[in-house]
Design a protein. Structure first.
Length: 185
C-alpha cells in the first residue's frame, strides 16, 4: 500500500547491552521501556503500520530524539531533514550547543533515511559508525540536520549529514554508517 511502511521490532537485551548500544538503537529500545524493566527487557515481537507523514515523523522521534526536541521535516529515500532546538536540553555547561546533541541529530536523520530505503519486514537499520566535525558554535535558536546518501548498499548505508543554523551556515558536518541487518525471527 503506497505511503505505508512496516516496522518490526524485537528485543531480548539485558540492561548492560542496552547501555553499550544506546546510541545505536535508542529510539527502538526506548519504545519497549514502557513494558517495564525488571533487569531484562521481555522478548516481544511487534509490527505496526505507519504512514509516511505524521505517524512516521512521530515514530522517528520517540526516545532520545523526542527528549532533545528533534522534529522531522522531510522523509524521502534520498533525503531526511529534521530540526533541533538549541536550548537547555541541548547545550553543554558553557552555554554552547553540545556536540553530542549534534551527533544525536545526525544519527537520527541517517537512521530514518536508512529505514526509508529498506524492506522493514526483512531488515533493520542500526548505527555502525558516526563521526562529526563541529564547525561553528551555536548558543540559541534552531539547527537543521539533513542526511543525503553517499552509498546505499545491500548491507551498509553511508550518509552525509549537514547541520546548519537558521541562516544556512554550517554548524556541524557528519558522516554516519548504518548497518542493514536481517530481522531475527
Amino acid at each position: 500500500m503506497p505511503g505505508l511502511a512496516t516496522v518490526r521490532l524485537k528485543y531480548d537485551y539485558n540492561l548492560t547491552q542496552i547501555a553499550s548500544i544506546f546510541y545505536t538503537v535508542a529510539p527502538q529500545v526506548l519504545l519497549d521501556l514502557t513494558r517495564g524493566l525488571t533487569g531484562q527487557l521481555r522478548p516481544t515481537q511487534e509490527t505496526m503500520q505507519i504512514d509516511s507523514t505524521n505517524e512516521s515523523r512521530d515514530f522517528a522521534t520517540r526516545g532520545l530524539a523526542r527528549a532533545l526536541g528533534i522534529e522531522i521535516l522531510e522523509i524521502t529515500p534520498e533525503r531526511v531533514s529534521a530540526t533541533m532546538p538549541v536550548d537547555d536540553r541541548t547545550r553543554q555547561p558553557f552555554g554552547l550547543l553540545h556536540g553530542g546533541a549534534s551527533v544525536a541529530l545526525a544519527e537520527t536523520v541517517a537512521s530514518v533515511a536508512s529505514i526509508a530505503n529498506i524492506d522493514q519486514e526483512a531488515f533493520q537499520a542500526v548505527g555502525l559508525e558516526i563521526n562529526a566535525n563541529h564547525i561553528r558554535a551555536k548558543t540559541e535558536g534552531t539547527v537543521t540536520g539533513t542526511a543525503t546518501p553517499i552509498h546505499i548498499g545491500r548491507s551498509t548505508h553511508v550518509w552525509k549529514i549537514e547541520i546548519v543554523d537558521e541562516s544556512g551556515r554550517m554548524v556541524c558536518i557528519s558522516r554516519c554508517t548504518i548497518a542493514i541487518i536481517p530481522v531475527k525471527r
